[in-house]
Design a protein around this ligand. Structure first.
Ligand code: HEC
Ligand code: HEC
Length: 163
């Protein structure tokens, strides 16, 4: 390649790459769930597992969960009242049926808001998406539990679930 053309080629390549990235981000819905940006939520809700995207559950689920943090899936995950209030505010604001609707709206199909689910992994759409995974895979040492999204979705911290 002639040296003078190089910057042009590199520039074009850059445009193509950022185009792909933009498309991926704009695709929204199915594969992209904005990660937690609030530092307090990241710290308090990301120490035992991935800080789950608020748009993956409805506001009523987050309220219910935050009201019983001392009995959180067999552990005590309670925090100071002021911290709990801040976390609840953030989760409710960005939930699947509020601010995060564009991303999590489809996950809400068939979900009862009267008896709000506490698990993303029990949502009908989540179950359907993961139907093809064998029992053996779920039992793998590096997976252990369905809640361990990061075992299979390496980009989950950044909000991508393409696999
Ligand atoms: C002390 C550890 C701990 C902390 C802190 C913690 N969790 Fe959990 N969380 C767990 C455990 C254990 C489970 C159950 C995981 C499993 O079933 O394998 C869980 C499960 C969950 C699930 C359900 C995941 C699924 O299967 O769909 C959600 C949602 C969740 N936590 C949200 C939160 C939020 C929000 C916070 C912050 C307020 C938080 N967690 C803080 C330990 C913790
Ligand atoms: C054992 C591996 C594994 C674990 C653990 C896992 N997933 Fe998945 N997930 C998959 C596979 C495989 C697919 C199907 C991908 C496809 O069809 O393109 C998938 C699909 C998805 C999709 C749909 C993406 C798409 O391309 O349509 C979402 C959203 C998702 N997973 C979220 C989660 C969340 C949230 C967790 C944790 C609570 C989780 N997954 C845990 C393997 C896993």
């Amino acid at each position: 390649m002639n040296i003078p053309y190089r910057p042009i080629v590199l520039g074009l390549l850059g445009m193509v790459c950022s185009g792909i990235f933009l498309q991926r981000a704009l695709a929204g819905g199915e594969h992209y769930f904005p990660p937690v940006t609030d530092p307090v939520v990241r710290e308090e809700c990301g120490s035992c597992h991935l800080a789950y995207a608020p748009s993956m559950l409805p506001a009523s689920s987050w309220k219910r969960m935050m009201g019983e943090l001392d009995k959180h899936f067999g552990t005590d995950a309670s925090v100071a009242p002021a911290t709990a209030e801040r976390i609840t505010g953030y989760l409710v604001e960005n939930a699947a049926d509020t601010g995060g609707q564009r991303y999590g709206g489809k996950l809400m199909r068939g979900v009862s808001l009267e008896n709000p689910p506490l698990r993303i992994t029990e949502l009908p759409k989540w179950v359907r998406e993961h139907n093809g995974i064998s029992t053996r895979t779920w039992k793998r040492k590096d997976v252990r539990t369905k809640s361990n999204c990061l075992a299979c979705h390496v980009d989950a911290e950044r909000g991508y679930y393409d696999e």
